[in-house]
Design a protein around this ligand. Structure first.
Ligand SMILES: [Zn+2]
Length: 327
C-alpha cells in the first residue's frame, strides 16, 4: 500500500461533504437580469439570436419584473431600444422624458420600490444615427465632447429613480463627469457601476441585434479595450475608482477571467462580470442541439466567475436558472 498521508479525494467522496467544503457558492442575490425596453405598449417580441430574451414595452416589462421578483431576481439592468426615427447625431432621445428607459425606471420604482435594484446602461450607441458610443467630430468619436452628453443621459435615469447608472461607453473621464453631474443635482446617493474593462469583443454579436446598435461604419476599437491587453485593465479600473466608481465590471466574462482575478486582487470595490450575449447564445445553441447539458454548463461558468473573484453576475440566464430551480 502506498504511504499517502494527504488524500484530496477524502473530501470528494459524497455530495454533502463536497458541499461542506466547496470554495465558491452561488446566491440568487448576486444575479442581475438584463432587459431591452422599447417604446409603445403591449409589446413582447422575441430576439432571434437570444432565445428566451425579448424586447418589451414598459407595461410588459413591469409584469415580467414582478414575476422575476417572485423567483428572487432583485436586480436588473435596462437597455433602451428607441425607434429608428428618434436617432440623432448627438443621441438626444437618450435623455428625453419619454425615453423608454426613463419611463421604465419610473414605472418599476413606483411599482416595486426598494424591493428592486434598478440599474441602467448609459451609452449613446443605441440613440445615435451613426451607431457610435459618443458624438462624432470629423468622423471620429470625440471623447471630451461626449462626456456632457453621457452625463445628461445618466442624470435623466437618476432623476427618474435609477439606483445605479452604468456607463458602458469607455470614454476617458466619463465616470468623473457623471459623478459630478449627479452630485450637482443632489443625487449623491445614486451609485455608478462602471464598465471599467469593456473589451472590443466579437461576443457582442447577438446583443447588436437586440439593441439595434451596430455602428453604421467602422468599429469600436478606438474606445473599447484591446483583447490582447491585461495590464491596461488595471489602469482603466484605477482611473474609474479615482473618478468615483462604486462597482467595477469586466465585460465579456468567460474569455477575461484573468482580468477579473486581477481586479479582485487590486480593488476592494464590488466586482461585476457581464456574461454577454455571445456567451449566452453559444450555450443556448449547443443546448438546443443536445450537445451540452445547459444547466451544468451555466453553473460551471458561474462558479468560474466566482472563483475568479466576481461578486455580481449579469446574465441572460438568471430567470431560467431560478425558474427551473438550478440554484
Ligand atoms: Zn455603446
Amino acid at each position: 500500500m502506498p504511504d499517502l498521508i494527504t488524500r484530496p479525494r477524502r473530501l470528494r467522496s459524497f455530495q454533502a461533504l463536497r458541499n461542506l467544503v466547496a470554495e465558491s457558492r452561488l446566491d440568487r442575490a448576486m444575479l442581475v437580469q438584463p432587459h431591452f425596453v422599447v417604446p409603445g405598449t403591449g409589446i413582447s417580441e422575441p430576439i432571434d439570436a437570444m432565445p428566451g430574451i425579448e424586447h418589451q414595452s414598459v407595461d410588459r416589462l413591469v409584469a415580467t419584473v414582478g414575476a422575476d421578483l417572485g423567483l428572487g431576481i432583485r436586480s436588473l439592468l435596462l437597455f433602451g431600444v428607441p425607434e429608428e426615427s428618434c436617432k440623432a447625431p448627438d443621441g438626444r432621445a437618450a435623455w428625453a422624458d419619454d425615453a423608454a428607459v426613463v419611463q421604465a425606471v419610473r414605472a418599476l420604482k413606483r411599482e416595486f420600490g426598494d424591493d428592486l435594484v434598478v440599474m441602467t446602461d448609459v451609452c449613446l450607441c443605441a440613440y445615435t444615427d451613426h451607431g457610435h458610443c459618443g458624438v462624432l467630430r470629423d468622423g471620429r468619436v470625440d471623447n471630451d465632447a461626449s462626456l456632457p452628453v453621457l452625463a445628461r443621459m445618466a442624470l435623466a435615469h437618476a432623476r427618474a429613480g435609477a439606483d445605479v447608472v452604468a456607463p458602458s461607453d469607455m470614454m476617458d473621464g466619463r465616470v468623473g463627469a457623471i459623478r459630478e453631474a449627479l452630485d450637482g443635482a443632489g443625487l449623491e446617493s445614486v451609485a455608478i457601476m462602471s464598465y471599467s474593462c469593456k473589451y472590443a469583443s466579437a461576443y457582442y454579436g447577438p446583443f447588436r441585434e437586440a439593441a439595434r446598435s451596430a455602428p453604421g461604419f467602422g468599429d469600436r476599437r478606438s474606445h473599447q479595450m484591446d483583447a490582447r491587453n491585461r495590464r491596461e485593465a488595471l489602469l482603466e479600473a484605477s482611473l474609474d475608482v479615482e473618478e468615483g466608481a462604486d462597482i467595477l465590471m469586466v465585460k465579456p466574462a468567460l474569455a477575461y477571467l484573468d482580468v477579473v482575478a486581477d481586479l479582485r486582487e487590486a480593488f476592494p470595490q464590488p466586482l461585476a462580470v457581464y456574461n454577454v450575449s455571445g456567451e449566452y447564445s453559444m450555450v443556448k445553441a449547443a443546448a438546443a442541439r443536445g450537445w451540452i447539458d445547459e444547466r451544468a454548463v451555466v453553473l460551471e461558468n458561474w462558479h468560474a466567475f466566482r472563483r475568479a473573484g466576481a461578486d455580481i453576475i449579469i446574465t441572460y440566464h438568471a430567470r431560467q436558472a431560478l425558474a427551473q430551480g438550478w440554484l
